[in-house]
Design a protein around this ligand. Structure first.
Ligand code: 16G
Ligand code: ZN
Length: 531
């Protein structure tokens, strides 16, 4: 039909380099930007098909998150703002790797398999980060959508979680909020200011936060948002993109992996600081003590702060909701122990990758999920939200219950439940610290991290390692797990695991133990056993 003629015509302007093979990985396609033009066009086509299939608006985000500026990438967002469903990741890989002359056949395959009604008009939201390649690449996405006669809305420069939010708002007819950047700021900032009404006597120090924007989109968006909250939160923005290079020696990934402060920020002793990553879906906190020692508060510390706060509120509100914290194998052993043994919370462990955590968190009334790297959010079930709203509306509550209900309600509103969101997480964390009158040092002291080390190892084929038990044990190669177990036994409080990376051609090794020397030695010994 005509539609396919259009696709053919435009596809020839976005040719695939013959023989190039790319995979839709844990976080979509990601590689050097020069290799991505055809991928973007084709993801526009696929998003249009996904929209026709679901009869809903689909999102396409052009970003490579914390990767270097030269890279780029793309991920698809499903109707409720979640990551695209796994079977469609398979289609993405299929379309991406079809040689030019096979593209139409590949598309027709997807259409037939999914029984897609091609007469439905596709709707696609597109967003992009600040990379120099992103504008042209997002144009290619838009062309893909329009080749199938679809409608698109280009949100331009937005954070990844903002795009997820827009998609969810659009498909819930505004019930989740208004599908605009303004609407997003209004919802989050109003909730934040309402939470802050419960913080008394905040000093200027407590109101001050130093923020590393990774020279990326998060910095631009903080600038847009900050005036809304300036009375309660004064942000000193560093690495705002005006001079430095994206993610270079800065950003959440750099700080987490290097365990040191980003360049571009002079941090004073005791000062509360945080870093976003390149598309603002991750956040970590840190400070430097009076001895100049660096202290990192990663996703595990964030999950602990949030879940502790929520548990206290549920008790005060007299609400019996089941809450869990969802982590991955990378969660520091001390955090898991504290959550289970001291806080008596349910803790679940999943495979690495946001979609896995998100999925498990959905099983609970309240699911707090965070990866140690700082990606995470809180999910509230429909019935949990209804119960909080009902409590809030009840005129017979005593003062303590009134306060707890108001806090819970506005906590729900400040959170971006579609995906981990650095801006939203920051507002929630800042609110909790203010409400509790807690300093970053007090937060850090809730538990002490076990010393740990991460290494990556290059191997001929990382797929020879297959894992089970949420990546905590290796099932292949034969005997490999036994070797790890034997090494782990040598050190007190030790734990180690090995998994193939989903984003790089390497194998990752994680080790923790009672001392840094032991963690380093264990990681080293396990990495030698990989060969
Ligand atoms: C991706 C994931 C992140 C995960 C990381 C692991 C999303 C949006 N992002 O960046 O959650 O921690 O991959 O990378 O799912 P690795 O497999 O190379 O260790
Ligand atoms: Zn990111």
């Amino acid at each position: 039909s005509d539609q396919f003629a259009e696709v053919n015509k435009h596809s020839s302007q976005h040719p695939k380099p013959p023989g190039l093979v790319l995979q839709y990985g844990t976080a979509g396609f990601r590689t050097n930007a020069k290799l991505l033009d055809h991928i973007m066009f084709r993801m526009g086509l696929l998003a249009a098909l996904r929209s026709k299939k679901t009869q809903a608006t689909i999102g396409v985000m052009v970003t490579a998150s914390h990767n270097p500026e030269e890279d780029n990438g793309v991920k698809l967002v499903d109707p409720m703002g979640e990551m695209v469903t796994p079977s469609w990741e398979g289609y993405a890989t299929l379309l991406a790797n079809a040689e030019n002359e096979d593209l139409l056949a590949a598309l027709k395959d997807v259409i037939a398999k999914e029984e897609i009604n091609m007469s439905y008009e596709a709707k696609v939201f597109v967003g992009r980060d600040t990379r120099s390649s992103s504008a042209a690449l997002s144009q290619a996405v838009l062309e893909g959508v329009s080749s199938f006669g679809g409608l698109s809305k280009d949100y331009g420069l937005v954070t990844t979680p903002q795009l997820h939010y827009m998609v969810c708002c659009q498909n819930t007819q505004g019930k989740y909020g208004e599908a605009s950047v303004e609407g997003y700021y209004n919802k989050l900032c109003q909730a934040f200011l309402k939470l802050l009404k419960h913080a008394s006597n905040c000093t200027d120090d407590q109101k001050h936060l130093s923020l590393d924007g990774a020279n990326g989109i998060g910095a631009l968006k903080v600038r847009e948002m900050e005036h809304n909250v300036a009375k309660e939160l004064q942000i000193s923005l560093h690495n705002d993109g005006s001079t430095g290079k994206l993610n270079h020696q800065c950003g959440a990934d750099f700080v987490k992996v290097q365990q040191k402060a980003p360049t571009g920020c002079e941090i004073k002793a005791g000062e509360r600081c945080c870093s976003f990553d390149g598309d603002a879906d991750r956040i970590v906190y840190y400070y430097s003590d009076s001895e100049g020692q660096f202290h990192l508060l990663d996703g595990d510390k964030i999950a602990t702060l949030i879940s502790t706060y929520l548990k206290e509120l549920l008790i005060q509100a007299g609400l019996n909701l089941n809450m869990a914290v969802v982590q991955t194998a990378y969660a520091n052993g001390s955090s898991t122990r504290y959550l289970e043994e001291t806080m008596k919370l349910t803790v679940r462990c999943t495979k690495t990758g946001v979609k896995h955590l998100h999925h498990v968190a959905q099983e609970f009334d309240i699911g707090v999920y965070f990866e140690a790297n700082g990606h995470g959010t809180v999910l509230f079930s429909k019935s949990a939200e209804d119960k909080v709203q009902k409590l809030f509306d009840n005129p017979n509550n005593d003062d303590e219950m009134k306060r707890a209900a108001h806090l819970l309600l506005n906590t729900i509103h400040v959170v971006n439940q579609t995906v981990g969101d650095a801006l939203s997480d920051m507002l929630l964390i800042e609110a909790i610290l203010a409400i509790k009158g807690m300093t970053v040092q007090q937060w850090d002291a809730i538990y002490t991290d076990l010393p740990n080390r991460q290494l990556k190892v290059k191997v001929a084929d990382r797929r020879v390692i297959d894992t089970t038990d949420a990546e905590r044990r290796a099932v292949t190669p034969a005997g490999f797990q036994d070797s790890i177990d034997a090494l782990v036994k040598k050190y007190p409080m030790a734990r180690s695991f090995v998994r193939p990376s989903g984003t790089e051609d390497v194998v990752r090794v994680y080790a923790e133990a009672d001392t840094q020397e032991n963690a380093d030695a264990l990681a080293h010994e396990v990495s030698l056993a990989v060969y």
